[in-house]
Unconditional design. Structure first.
Length: 394
């Protein structure tokens, strides 16, 4: 049995012009001066090859600009590839952007039949499915109103309902879970699960990693237009989250200091001594910090700080504040930081480490917001730090 989708060395190139709107005067001056407006090629996708089996659900993840939406648009036929080839087996229904295919002046009812005609469905078949579409979208009251008066949530509900109720062989979905309330999102997830049970093929883009991991048979990770990974959902989501943490840290990280002494390595360990960057809230975190000095440093101070991903300080301390005085360090060595318990809310945090003089006048080496760490927690509370509390009615 042939695959539902086959993609070989697919590429999509755009020609980007220099910024600014060209005028007649600018064009004449460029001609007289012999100048040409600079254009450059941008590859939204390059050397992309994969296959999707019939009945398989493939999740597609990646940062903004990775080429995810371009890939679905090529599969849907709304864009043409620059190079490579793709083949699909069966009818395709797609929801690639909010309200795509809807005419703003037509009513919801009229747009349902318009979308059906675009997909090659007969009016009689659309009439058979009309009530189910309207019911799924929850738009019984507004179905005869022009869609230009619909909210963004109503738009996407109607678009998703049409896309899944026309009974296609392949469904392409781009970020449908980003719009709509919790009730509608749950309906979408249930419909997707039923789609899988019916043996339909589905490709879905989403930044909701937990949902896409639970629904997908495999995940495709794109980065800068190329395939970075394809396979097991859990491992690919973990890889994407690691890349995301590294990218966040890069945005606000800073390294500076005199260099007379340096922090050469930092390793994070859990309560069992295993190296990791993911911790449970309330557990123990150990950081093993290695250093190197060019010459002896008297009364050094080692410090650390924890910040959120926006760089806002959550907590900070050092050996001086903790009452630990080190007479001298020389050559190579290590110090150990223990945070017990790690009473933080779930999220990603950035650790900073420093080595400076006792009088704080000399900063030998500082690594600011360099080390991302993930904290997982099942506790529900506001803020970033967990403080045990209780209530009574007395």
């Amino acid at each position: 049995m042939p695959d539902a989708i086959t993609v070989n060395n697919l590429g999509k190139k755009y020609r980007l012009r220099s910024s600014g709107t060209p005028t007649m005067k600018a064009a004449v001056l460029d001609l007289v001066r012999g100048r040409r407006r600079v254009r450059r090629d941008f590859w939204a996708l390059r050397d992309v090859s994969f296959a999707v089996r019939r009945g398989e659900t493939l999740g597609i993840i990646g940062f903004n600009g990775a080429g995810k939406s371009t890939l679905l648009a090529l599969l849907a036929g709304t864009k043409t590839p620059t190079c490579g080839s793709l083949a699909t087996e069966g009818t395709i229904s797609s929801l690639l952007e909010l309200g795509a295919g809807f005419h703003p002046d037509l009513t919801g009812r009229e747009n349902i039949f318009l979308c059906g005609a675009i997909m090659g469905m007969s009016q009689s078949r659309m009439r058979e499915r009309f009530d189910a579409i309207v019911s799924f979208a929850g738009l019984e009251t507004f179905i005869d109103q022009p869609v230009k008066h619909y909210s963004s949530g109503m738009y996407v509900r109607l678009g998703f309902a049409v896309a899944v109720e026309v009974d296609p062989d392949i469904v392409l979905i781009d970020e449908v879970l980003a719009v709509g309330d919790i009730t509608f999102q749950r309906k979408c997830i249930e419909r997707m699960k039923r789609f899988r049970e019916q043996g339909k093929t589905m490709l879905m883009i989403s930044h909701d990693l937990k949902t896409i991991q639970s629904i997908s048979d495999r995940i495709l990770l794109l980065n800068e237009g190329r395939i970075l990974g394809l396979g097991d959902p859990e491992s690919l989501v973990d890889r994407y989250e690691t890349l995301s943490r590294d990218r966040m840290a890069q945005a606000i990280r800073r390294e500076w200091g005199t260099g007379g002494a340096r922090l050469t390595d930092v390793r994070f360990l859990d309560a069992e001594g295993r190296e990791t960057d993911t911790f449970r809230s309330g557990s123990a975190l150990t950081a093993r910090i290695r250093y190197s000095t060019d010459q002896p440093v008297e009364r050094p101070v080692f410090g650390f700080a924890i910040a959120d991903t926006e760089g806002r300080l959550v907590h900070g301390s050092n050996t001086q504040l903790s009452g630990l005085e080190l007479p001298e360090i020389r050559g190579e060595g290590a110090v150990t930081l223990r945070v017990t318990p790690l009473a933080l809310a779930a999220g990603t945090y950035l650790f900073s480490f420093s080595l400076h003089s006792w009088d704080h006048k000399t900063n030998y080496h500082r690594l600011d917001n360099v080390f991302p760490v993930v904290v997982e927690s099942e506790k529900a509370f506001e803020g970033v730090c967990y403080l045990p509390s209780s209530w009574d009615a007395t």
